[in-house]
Design a protein around this ligand. Sequence first.
Ligand SMILES: C[S@@+](CC[C@H](N)C(=O)[O-])C[C@H]1O[C@@H](n2cnc3c(N)ncnc32)[C@H](O)[C@@H]1O
Length: 519
Amino acid sequence: MSNESGNGRNGRAAGRPRGNEPRRNDQGRQRNRGGSTPRRYSEAAPSSRKRAADPARLAAFEVLRAVSADDAYANLVLPARIRAHRLDTRDAGFATELAYGALRGQGLYDAVLARCVDRDLARLDAAVLDVLRLGTHQLLAMRVPNHAALDETVALTRAEIGAGPSGLVNAVLRKVSARSLDEWTDELTAGVADETARTSLRHSHPEWIVRALRQALVAHGRGTDELELLLDADNAAPIVNLVALPGLGDLAPVVERGAGPGSLVAGSALYDGGDPARLPGVAEGTVRVQDAGSQLVARALAEHPLEGRDERWLDLCAGPGGKAALLAALAAQRGARLTANEIAPHRAQLVRNALAAVPDTAWEVEVGDGRRFAGIEDGYDRIMLDAPCSGLGALRRRPESRWRKQPSDIPDLTALQQELVDAAVAALRPGGLLAYVTCSPHPAETTAVVLDTLSRHRGLRLLDSGAALDAAALHPVDAATPVLGRRGEVLAGATTAQLWPHRHATDAMFLALFQRVEG
Ligand SMILES: C[S@@+](CC[C@H](N)C(=O)[O-])C[C@H]1O[C@@H](n2cnc3c(N)ncnc32)[C@H](O)[C@@H]1O
C-alpha cells in the first residue's frame, strides 16, 4: 500500500489534497483532475486492502447517514462528529468539504452513479448509496488521488457497512473514475433538450429551483446570464462571516488570529482558519458567526433615520436570534429595548442564548405566534419581520436543503408571510419603520408580498430600501430594484433590495423597508 493510502505519520489520514488552492474549472467548480492526468489505482483487491475507516471520511459518512436516515441538518450534525472523532483543523476541513460537497452535488452524482450501477439507485441500500456519493465527490471534485479515494471508500464500506458491499463499491467507483467531472456532465447532458433540465444536472439543483432562481434574477432586475454564476455560488463553500456586537465585541484579537476585516459591513470579519468557536469572544457571545447580508439588513433597519420616539423595537420572528443579537446590541447603545418574539419554544431558547451577552435591560424574549401582535395597544418604533421562508437564498449554507424543499411549500409560506406583515403593520406606531426580510429571492416571497402589502395597506409607504442598505454598508452595494405601481409606473423614492451570493458573497437576503405614514 502506498503512503498515500494509509494513515500518515502525523496521524492524518491519507489522500488529503496537498498545496493551497483546489483547482477549479471555468465555472468555479473544484476539480480533481483534467482529462489528461494519468489515473492511478490501487493494485490490491478490495478484500486485502486496509479495513479501518479514516476518521475524517467516517465523520462525513455519519453526516450523510444522519441527513438521509434521520432528516438531520448537516450543519448541526457535522460539528459534533468533528469533535467526536477529534479531528484537527485540516481533517475537519476535509470532512466538511467531503460531506457538504457530496450533499450539494447529490443530483449530479446520483445521475453519474445511475450510469455505473446495474440497478435502480432506489434499490441500493441507503448506506451504500451514501458511501458511493462520498467516493464520487472525492473522485470527481476533490484533489484526492484516485487510488486513495477508492481504497479509503472501500475501507469505510467494510468498516461501517460490511465486507459484502465493498466489491460493489469498488466496481462502481472504478467506473465513476473512468471520466472527469466535465466528461460526465457532457455525457449526461448530451441528449437533454430542455435547457432547465441541463442546467439542473450541470449545477446539481432541482429543476424547480433553477426555474425559481431564474425568475428571481429577472424580478430583481438582474440578467438571466447570471444564473450559472448564482448556481455556482450556491455550490461553493461560504467563508465564515463574523460580527462583533456593537459596544460589546472586539474584532482586534480575532484579526490577530487570522481573520480579515469584512468589506461589506462595519464590525464584521471573515475567517477561514477552521472552527470559529475557538476565536476570542465567540464563546462569550460578543463575537458571533453571522452572514454579512443578515448583518446588513439588520443595520439598515436600525440605522434608518426616524422622527420621534425610538425606544420600542420588535423582532417578530426572532429564532435562532442572529439578527436579534445585533439589534439588541444596537438598541442597548441607544437606550431602546428589543422584544424578540419566536413561535417555537426551543428556538426561543436559542434566542435567549444569543442575547445573553447583551445587557438584559435592552431585551426580552416572548414565545408565541407573531400574528398576535396585531392586537397590541402601544405600537413599536422599529419592527424586524425576518419571515419564515423557503430559504432559497441560503442553499450554500445548508447543503442538503435543496433536495428537501418542494415547490408546494411556497403557497403556505406566502400566506403566512402576508399574515405576519399584516400583524407587523398593525403593531407599528404612526411613523414607525418595518423591515420585511427573507433569505429567499423567490418572487412569490419577495416582490409579490410587497405589492400585495402596498395594495392592502394604503397607510404604508415603501422606502428606498436599496439606499437604506447602501447607507448601512461600507460601500454602495447596488442592490436596489425599482418597484412598479398598478399602472406600470415606477414608484418614486421606493425600491426593494436584493443581495446575491454571486455578487455580494452573502446569502440572497431580500429587504423591503416600509414606513407607516398615517395613524
Ligand atoms: C427566517 S427565521 C428568523 C431568523 C432570525 N431572524 C435570525 O436572524 O436568526 C424565521 C423564524 O420564524 C419563526 N416562525 C414561524 N412562524 C412564526 C409565527 N407565526 N410567529 C412567529 N415566529 C414564527 C420560525 O420558527 C423561525 O425561527
